[in-house]
Design a protein around this ligand. Sequence first.
Ligand code: PBG
Length: 330
Amino acid sequence: MFPLSRGRRLRKTEAIRQMVAETHLSVSDLIAPLFVVEGNNKKEPIASLPGYYRFSVDRAVREAHFLFSQGIRAVLVFARIPVGKKDNTGKEALNPRGLLPRAIRAIKRAVPELCVMSDVALDPYSVYGHDGIVTGRQIDNDATLQVLAKMALLHARAGADFVAPSDMMDGRILKIREILEHHGYQHTGIMAYSVKYASGLYGPFRDALDSAPAFGDKKSYQMDYANAREAIREACDDVAEGADIVMVKPALAYLDIIWRVRQAVKVPVAAYQVSGEYAMVKAAAGKGWLHEQQAMLEILTAIRRAGADLIATYFVYDFLRLQGNENAAF
Ligand code: PBG
């Protein structure tokens, strides 16, 4: 009770504040998304993700090298598939010489200690931009599972440390775990996008991969943002099916969900600070309406405080720049 109790004594100096900080943000908590494209020596800007790029495999390898040298421990690789290779069966997703397996192999060969995670979903390969095979106007869950499982096996063979199914089909974790076990990949992990909401914040990512849905929306498989209990169900189901890490996505508007999932499971919880979350900060900062680094650190720390062990974020470069500059003062 005041005046015996004075909260401000613990906020008096930077040293004290650092000593009593309850949450820490470290570069090893961050997962860097990596977009790859066909071609050589390519580094393509993405208009709606300022400061973020798509790389050809050779450049992606250099990028992976750089990120690892700066302390980043994991990349999450996504491929932009040329329109001519898209269909409704996911054929290109199962091509052993496809872009994503080539990228995984090249990165793993060049930077073997880096944890390589690969996206498993059909949307970049789908003429409809949906995460599964389309029959009529429905997304066929069980037909999609067959393709996802084979895709995961292909990535494991290419050297992925973790496959990361982002599709939200029911039962895919079990199918993937089974096929990996069956082929001797019992040490390949699964980072499940267990709690993925049908969000309005994925726009810049869909620009990056040219993967916007051609009809309808993703609400029949991604979750309704009105729901929280359902998040626990999805996360627990995925753990039971063999997920090593569960993910909540997006992050900032879902801190309560991260918190609940953190309480409900014993595996690491990742949060994906998605493209729209990054774009909002960049856009406002670009207009001079907020301080970008301050906003970034506050949001990333909040995501950690809510219970995320790992954060996939497009802010990796900004975070590294900040770390390199010890005198950065806010
Ligand atoms: C699709 C996928 C999406 C993201 C990751 N994987 C978009 C979607 O579901 O349409 C979004 C990531 C981001 O916005 O940064 N499998």
